[in-house]
Design a binder for this molecule. Structure first.
Ligand code: ZN
Length: 268
C-alpha cells in the first residue's frame, strides 16, 4: 500500500508543472493572439526553418508559420502532429525549460561576458554580467533567451551533441579588446560563437541555417561558427538583412572577405 502511494505521488510529481515552467494558460491554435503565443513562438521558432531564407517571425499572432513550427516540433518530440499547442506540447516545451528562465541544455553563465587576461580592467569590468553592452541587461537577457531556444532546436536536430558556446554577450569595452566589429551582435546578446565537438564547422553552419539564425559567419583561421538573430535585433534595425556565408562554385562556404572558411579546402 505504501509502495502504491509512493508510486502515485511520484507520478503526480511528474504531472506537476515545474516551478520554472512557462505558465501557458490554455490551448493555443491558429488565429490566437497574445503573450502566450509570443512565448510559444520564441520556443518553437528554431523548428520552422529548413535551410531556406525563411523564418518564423515573433509576432504574438498564431499564423500559418506558427502552425508549421508547432507541427515540426511535435513530430520531432513524438507527439500527435496537429499544429495545436495543448498540454502535451506545453509539457514537452517545459521539459526543455531550464531554471532561472534559461533552457535545459544552456545556462546564462555560458552567454554572459567572459574575462580575458589580455584585456584591461575596464574591459573585464562587466565579466560574468550582461551589462555594458549597447542595450540594458534585461533586453540582453531577452535576446540571449531567444538564442538559447534556437540552439535547443539545433542541438536536437543534430542528434543531441553538446553545443559549446565560446562567446555570447560582450560589453562594448570587452568587444573592442577582442577586436570585434563596432556593430557586433554580441553587444546585444543576439549572437553566439559555437563549436560542436564531433561535428564539422561546415555541418554546424548548415544546422544553423535550419535552426532560424539570420546571421551566420565563418572565419579563415578560427574554427568556431558565429550565429546571430540580427533580423530580430530591434535595437539595430539597419543590420536586419540575411547574413549567411556565400558559396563558391565548388560549394565551399566563404568568409565575409570571400575566402573559403577554415576547413573548407579539406572538406571537399
Ligand atoms: Zn561571433
Amino acid at each position: 500500500m505504501i509502495v502504491a502511494t509512493l508510486i502515485v505521488s511520484a507520478l503526480a510529481a511528474l504531472v506537476i508543472v515545474p516551478a520554472h515552467a512557462y505558465p501557458f494558460r490554455k490551448t493555443l491554435s491558429w488565429g490566437a493572439d497574445g503573450p502566450d503565443v509570443r512565448a510559444l513562438q520564441i520556443r518553437v521558432a528554431g523548428w520552422y526553418s529548413r535551410g531556406l531564407h525563411r523564418r518564423l517571425h515573433i509576432t504574438s499572432h498564431y499564423g500559418t508559420k506558427t502552425v508549421t513550427a508547432v507541427r515540426r516540433f511535435q513530430r520531432a518530440h513524438g507527439l500527435a502532429v496537429d499544429g495545436i499547442a495543448g498540454p502535451h506540447t506545453f509539457a514537452a516545451l517545459n521539459r526543455l525549460q531550464g531554471p532561472n528562465g534559461s533552457t535545459a541544455h544552456f545556462s546564462w553563465t555560458e552567454f554572459d561576458q567572459h574575462k580575458s587576461r589580455a584585456c584591461s580592467r575596464r574591459a573585464n569590468h562587466y565579466a560574468h554580467t550582461f551589462k555594458g553592452g549597447r542595450v540594458g541587461h534585461r533586453q540582453v537577457r531577452r535576446y540571449v533567451k531567444r538564442v538559447m531556444w534556437r540552439l535547443e532546436a539545433l542541438r536536437a536536430k543534430e542528434g543531441g551533441h553538446p553545443v559549446v558556446v565560446n562567446s555570447g554577450f560582450r560589453s562594448v569595452a570587452y568587444n573592442r579588446c577582442l577586436g570585434g566589429a563596432t556593430r557586433s551582435q554580441h553587444l546585444y546578446g543576439t549572437a553566439a560563437d559555437l563549436q560542436v565537438p564531433g561535428i564539422s564547422s561546415h555541418r554546424l553552419r548548415k544546422a544553423a541555417r535550419h535552426a532560424g539564425f539570420s546571421g551566420i559567419g565563418c572565419y579563415r583561421r578560427l574554427s568556431h561558427t558565429h550565429v546571430d538573430l540580427r533580423q530580430e535585433n530591434a535595437d539595430l534595425p539597419r543590420e536586419r538583412m540575411w547574413w549567411w556565408p556565400k558559396r563558391d562554385a565548388k560549394g565551399r562556404d566563404l568568409t565575409a572577405g570571400g575566402k573559403p572558411c577554415r576547413g573548407e579546402r579539406q572538406h571537399r
